[in-house]
Design a protein around this ligand. Structure first.
Ligand code: ZN
Ligand code: ZN
Length: 141
């Protein structure tokens, strides 16, 4: 992901490309690891020690609101963040809390009756279970 593309996607969403927004976005795009807000702050602060926790969190919130970053809620643990990029589903490990990407496939939308007046934006899945690392080694398959 090059600098120009990050700048374009920020400005395309009506956000000014400040050095700190850029740093948050670049960190999220370069590693597909679903970091927590704390991990993002630590990484951004390492590059630019002047960036405060509050600024980083505000930038993160702006990016989520602009639809460039997705917040993946993991119950009982800190939320993870994900640069949207390609559409995908998530797999969350019950044991270690690891969040992994699952290749996108279409999910049937709920019947319009069950939505009532709600407006559906997207329909994505969170799959849960044990990740490869947490699967017992001797499990037969
Ligand atoms: Zn696991
Ligand atoms: Zn993801």
């Amino acid at each position: 992901m090059d600098a120009e593309a990050i700048k374009r996607s920020l400005e395309g969403s009506g956000l000014r490309c400040t050095p700190q927004r850029y740093a948050v976005m670049a960190f999220l795009m370069e590693r597909n690891r679903h970091p927590t807000a704390v991990e993002i702050f630590t990484a951004v602060n390492r590059v630019d020690p002047r960036s405060s926790r509050a600024t980083t969190y505000n930038n993160l919130r702006d990016l989520v609101q602009a639809g460039l970053v997705r917040e993946v809620a993991v119950e009982g643990r800190a939320a993870r963040f994900d640069a949207k990029g390609m559409r995908h589903h998530h797999f969350i490990c019950d044991r270690c809390g690891n969040v992994e990407d699952i290749e996108w496939y279409d999910v049937p939308s709920p019947a319009s009756g069950s939505l009532g007046k709600r407006i559906l934006r997207e329909c994505e899945l969170i799959l849960r279970g044990l990740c490869t690392k947490c699967t017992p080694q001797h499990a037969s398959r």
